[in-house]
Structures are given as C-alpha cells and as structure tokens.
Write a protein that binds this ligand. Sequence first.
Ligand code: C2E
Ligand code: CA
Ligand code: CA
Ligand code: CA
Length: 277
Amino acid sequence: LRQLLDGPRTPAPPRHANSPRPSKVQADELPRALAQHEFVNHYQPKVELATGRWVGVETLVRWQHPVHGLVSPDQFIGLAEEQGLIGELTRQVLRRALRDSREWTSQQRHLQVAVNISMDSLSALDFPDQIAAEAAAAGVALSSLVLEVTESRLMAHPLATVDALTRLRLKRVSVAIDDFGTGHSSLTQLRDIPFDELKIDRSFVHGAWRDASLRSIVESSLGLAGQLGMSTVAEGVEDEADWQLLRQAGCQLAQGYFIARPMPAEELDAWQLRWAT
Ligand code: C2E
Ligand code: CA
Ligand code: CA
Ligand code: CA
C-alpha cells in the first residue's frame, strides 16, 4: 500500500476465480434456488484514494448453482425482476450482508456495507420499514448501510421511489446512484432524488488517464457530485494508472480489480493483510 501511494509499481493482485461461466440457468429454477438458499454474497472492498484505508464493501450476489457452478448476477437479476422474485432475493442478500456486517463490527472493523437494490423493490410502500426491521434484527446501525440503486429499464413508480429514498435517508441509510453517466443513471435522477454517493461507471474510469474525453467525463462527474454535496466512488479501477488519475482528480473512494476482486467473506482477512503491507 505504501508503495502504491508513493508511486512505484506494485504487482497486480491475484485474480480471483469467480469469473462467470457460460450458463444455461433456466428461469424456472429461481424459486428452488431461493428456497434452497443457493445464492451467496461476495464482497468487493472500497478504499479511500487519499490514504488507501479500507472503508467499506459492496455486496455482489452470485448463484452457487448445483450444475453450472458460480453464476454471475447479470445472468439472473433480470430474470428475478421479471418473475417478481427480486424482493425475496434482495432480502436474502441483505440479511446475509447484515449478519456479516455485525461480525465485522464485533472485530472492531467499521465498514460501510453497500447492497444493490433494484428500483422495482423501492416502489414497495413498506420497503424503508423492512430495511429498518432487518437492520434492527441483525443489530446493525442503519448508518453503516449503503443502498446502491440504478434506474431499471422502465421506472414504473417514480414518486413512490423518490418517497422511499427520502424516507431511507431520514433513517440515516446512505443512498448511492450507481453506474452514473450510463443510460440507466442520469442527470434526471440527480434532479429528482437526493443521493449521498455518486458511483462513476467503470466504462468512464478504466483508461481515462489516456483518453481526454473520458477524463473530462470523470472530472465533470466529480465536480457535479462536489457541488451537490455527494461523496464519490470510482468503479472499475483496474490498474495503477487508473488509481493515480482518480486520486489526483480528487475522487474519494475507489473500487476495482486493482484493489480486489469480489470475494467470499472468508477471504477478506487475507486480502487485508496483503493490501496493508
Ligand atoms: P454493479 O453494481 O455495477 O457492480 C459492479 C460490477 O463490476 C460487478 O459485477 C463487479 O464484479 C464488477 N467489477 C468490479 N471491479 C471491476 C473492475 O475493475 N473491472 C471490471 N471489468 N469489472 C469490475 P458483477 O458482480 O458481475 O455484478 C453485475 C451487476 O449485477 C452489478 O453491477 C449489479 O448491478 C448487479 N447485482 C449484483 N448483485 C446484486 C444484488 O444483490 N441485487 C441486485 N438487484 N443487483 C445485483
Ligand atoms: Ca453496484
Ligand atoms: Ca456500478
Ligand atoms: Ca456497472
């Protein structure tokens, strides 16, 4: 870490073996998978660019499929949304994340835990109360929770969504706008919804150091976030050049393969040791 902050090259972190396989998952398998708890949480560290300090994790779900192995969320989140099962999936992911969070807190690790939430879930009237109840049951402070939201293809209930996000923020839950700058997350949402955190999409981050247009997009996003009082996270920081650019541009947090791949909770200790030395 010290080398990283001071300049000279460090070797890339080892690849984590969680790349998605070509999958043949069937839509009608989801109810069984939920009933059997086949979904597992992986966590990707978020670190402070100025200091290298580890401040949080993003929860990324995988399907531990009995035949196909570890299946990536891109292959089943959309299906779960279409089948009305995303609520139950989110509940399982959130419960596990809250349990892991309490464990980390008991080890004197104060990490913010981010969970991805489909906009669809937000339109449920009691969503903020459900979140509060889950956190209370797990003994986790709502202020250590971050909900990352991306606009889905059709934003069905904009008013209910704004209302839910506002009530969550009143409970001290942080809300992040995910994939900022892509078609799904846009300026319109910044106008309508009060976010705490802006996550710059990785399509703008990786390689921005050698591409003037990407760099402008990154810098304007950071400026906009600053003016609107939001904290900033760059996703897709894949190499040291990405890291240095984001750091110089004043982005607060970074996430990406350069720092760590998403991993099971049991591997975070070993990662932390490597990262901190
Ligand atoms: P996302 O929220 O934008 O998550 C970041 C994705 O980028 C993750 O893919 C992560 O593994 C990947 N990534 C992280 N660092 C790098 C990097 O340096 N380079 C590159 N090329 N990729 C990187 P993953 O885990 O496959 O998740 C894909 C998407 O699935 C997520 O995108 C999120 O939208 C969705 N997702 C994941 N878990 C959940 C969940 O529990 N609920 C919901 N609703 N959606 C989820
Ligand atoms: Ca996310
Ligand atoms: Ca994202
Ligand atoms: Ca993304």
